[in-house]
Design a protein around this ligand. Structure first.
Ligand code: FAD
Ligand code: SF4
Length: 555
């Protein structure tokens, strides 16, 4: 039975940073490795902010595995890092470069299409030498089992593949993690949604007063986002800006906020528009779900021959303003490859999963993903009553006096820059909205700018995207079309909106038996595969088949 299928020593699913790292390590150890990527090109499905970090303390960073990456595939080193606390039109800036540089060997801005396609070429060159290679346009749709044991993967486009070792680096909403029963997080509070515009900026050096080997990251928090917990960012690329925001999904859903409107609020605010060229030219609109590692990083991301790495294992760390997903995916991918090679040398390939998990702990990676400090503080710091009391105090004259006093001594800026503090930040209104708003109201200066940013409508944004749609074979099925079960998707889906009929989700009134009722309908054609409705609506959610669906050009 099994002989009829092609067999490799290792199969890696997904050619994002996690998959590329796993493939490099496996190939360097001479292990016959096949990499399967569903995008028509690697990067075509991927979105990041994105600052790629190489941490001092990590056992692997991307340039250990691909030494040329910084000269050939990243945008710019980020040398200046600030947070802009915003209240109305007043802004107070703090320099967070110290926090950004903590445990950082280097950090570059990247665009995923460019970086992932470059990585994919290197992956193919290296894995081909082992007898494997990289195949694009192949969607892995599940696990191959024999006698109940995971022994390979099944695909939409090709026959099943057997392997001694399977690396699921298939990102957020991993089909393999779900099939293995290892994805056990489906509450909105366990996820973030990131939404982003890539914006033309041919004069980026002049506008930011930087040289070609310098770059800036500005972060934004305060009252910009209608009270939704989250933060904005503006990163300098070679000749574009990545401008976006990352929101706690539960907060987005509770306030029925429209992600594209929140993004527009940032783009149009002078604190951001001062960096944008006039006229505004948006190159790409994108969005994606990411997991919150401090709640969901899987403590034991392996089963039989399968290991999960990166977002598939919930390994996306958002600690305070710093977002680190790509670097952890790289570390985990390389650790997985290393573990299989070591297990194979010992003649016990089946122990690779356990060894991989041991290495995640020994290397300190799990301690970063699930900081103990946060877990200890959470029961008190995230109580509603605590937030109410702290927020009321901060907004009182005493609180404002305290903010002024702490700022005068420089302590407030130092606290913002403290890695210790950033690991302890609770998921409440206080750090995302109340504190930055009070800081800006108390200490801020009015910011003004003449640039008028006129962002495209949702319809225009969708119209500019490239799709090879799945007409006749929708990749998401709405299981319950009641507003109660699935209505949240109408606003939370980044290409839908309550007053917009052209997106994926809409609310409609239907008449039957002389009565009317409101239901939700779904059209998957404009779907950008962010994954949000897998969590906030009642759906049977799958990725489209290989090469189908959205094709991001920037990411
Ligand atoms: C707006 C936003 C801002 C972010 N900012 C940052 C940042 O500044 N810094 C940072 O480090 N991280 C950031 N992240 C998070 C980061 O992008 C992810 O953590 C990271 O991409 C995870 O890497 P990965 O390799 O695990 O998965 P991915 O990068 O998602 O790669 C998964 C790959 O698997 C492929 N795939 C998926 N399913 C299948 C299948 N069934 N068959 C075959 N192939 C499949 C996909 O096409 C994709 O190529 C941000 C994310 C967002 C959305
Ligand atoms: S339909 Fe679902 S997966 Fe597609 S863009 Fe909307 S929320 Fe995201």
């Amino acid at each position: 039975m099994s002989d009829q299928y092609e067999q490799y020593e290792a199969v890696v699913v997904g050619a994002g940073p996690g998959g590329a790292a796993a493939a490099a390590k496996l190939a360097d150890e001479g292990i016959e490795t096949l990499v399967l990527e569903r995008g028509v090109k690697a990067g075509a499905k991927n979105v990041s902010g994105g600052l790629l970090y190489a941490e001092d303390s990590a056992p692997y960073a991307i340039d250990n595995l691909y030494p040329q990456i910084r000269t050939e595939a990243t945008e710019r080193p980020i040398t200046e890092y600030t947070i802009q606390n915003v209240a109305g039109s007043t802004v107070k800036e703090y320099d967070l470069t110290r926090l950004h540089e903590h445990d950082t060997r280097w950090s570059d801005a990247v665009l995923r299409r460019k970086m992932d396609s470059w990585l994919a070429e290197r992956v193919h060159e290296r894995t081909r030498e082992t007898g494997g290679g990289l195949l694009n346009g192949i969607k892995v749709n599940g696990l191959l089992r024999e006698d109940g044991e995971i022994v390979g993967v099944t695909c939409d486009e090709i026959d099943p593949i057997r392997a001694e070792f399977i690396v699921a680096a298939d990102g957020v909403n991993s089909e393999l993690a779900r099939d293995a029963g290892l994805m056990n997080w489906d509450e909105p509070e366990q996820w973030f949604q990131g939404v982003k515009a890539t914006v033309e900026a041919p004069n980026v050096n002049d506008r930011f007063d930087i040289g070609p080997q310098e770059g800036v990251a500005h972060l934004f928090s305060g009252d910009l986002f209608d009270g939704v917990r989250g933060g904005g960012f503006c990163y300098t690329n070679v000749d574009t800006l990545s401008i976006g925001a990352v929101f706690h999904l539960d907060s987005l859903v509770e306030s029925a906020a429209e992600p594209h409107e929140l993004l527009n609020a940032l783009l149009e605010h002078p604190v951001c528009s001062q960096w944008i060229d006039d006229p505004y030219r948006e190159v790409e609109y994108a969005a994606k779900l990411v997991p919150d590692s401090k709640k969901v990083a899987h403590p034991d991301p392996q089963s039989d021959r399968l290991v999960l790495v990166g977002d598939a294992a919930g390994q996306m760390q958002a600690q305070g303003p710093i977002i680190k997903g790509m670097n952890h995916a790289v570390t985990a991918g390389a650790l997985a490859g290393e573990a299989f090679a070591a297990a194979k040398r010992r003649g016990e390939p089946s122990s690779a999963g356990e060894r991989y998990v041991e290495r995640l702990y020994e290397s300190g990676t799990m301690a970063k993903l699930r900081p103990k400090r946060y877990e200890r503080l959470r029961p008190i710091a995230e109580r509603e009553r605590t937030t109410e009391v702290v927020d009321r105090l901060l907004e009182s004259p005493i609180g404002r006096f305290g903010v002024r006093a702490l700022d005068a001594t420089g302590l407030l800026e130092r606290l913002y820059s403290s890695p210790f503090m950033s690991m302890s930040i609770p998921d409440t209104q206080t750090p995302y909205v109340t504190l930055p708003t009070v800081i800006a109201e108390t200490l801020g200066e009015t910011v003004s700018d003449d640039t008028v940013v006129d962002p495209p409508s949702l319809e225009q944004r969708i119209g500019e995207l490239t799709y090879d749609t799945d007409i006749g074979n929708p990749h998401i099925e709405l299981l319950d079309n009641s507003v109660e079960a699935s209505g949240a998707a109408v606003t939370a889906c980044p290409v839908s909106a309550s007053e917009f009929g052209g997106g994926c989700y809409r609310e409609e009134t239907i008449a039957s038996n002389g009565t009317t009722k409101n239901v939700v309908s779904l059209d998957t054609q404009p779907c950008i595969e962010c994954g949000t409705c897998a969590v906030v609506a009642d759906t049977a959610w799958e990725h489209p088949s290989g090469g189908r669906g959205i094709e991001f050009r920037q990411g």
